[in-house]
Write a new protein. Sequence first.
Length: 191
Amino acid sequence: MEHKDKQPLRSDEELQKVRVGELKPHNNTITLVEYDPAWPKLFEREANRIRSALGEKALLVEHVGSTSVPGLCAKPIIDIMLVVENSADEASYVPDLEAVGYKLHIREPDWFEHRLFKGPDTDINLHVFSKGASEIDRMLRFRDWLRANKEDREKYAEAKRALAKKKWRHVQHYADAKTSIIMEIMERVNS
């Protein structure tokens, strides 16, 4: 399966390999909503819960993704970045997160040792990375650029809206399909 930029979408087998639990198809379009000023408050509530659970093990907790960019449409899911010493050392932080209701959904050892959790009562994606992972800086620079650059924010929103109208077998396929516009914007961020 490919999208218009001819970058291959991950197969069900590839997605199941990194999934904790059963992979369930989405088989639908993507719901995008206009920016909600309540999103930063939801982030703060979750960030406080994470910091309370992990203490000093939470080296960085940041609001990332489209819900962190005022004026940008988004799936109504709060993306949070958590940096720990070593995300592969699950015993050092997973039990603490699970104790306050977070559930591990994705384990990607081949992509910056990324882990993804879902929240106990707010629709969130908690992305966990190890200290020093280059993806941390990339995500923060992309967010900050979109916050400051209206033209690229609008271009990104336009691409997201067009892609969201398509029917996607998995939400991850929609996320993967945004790669080309993200790369195009990151070229300007890095220039």
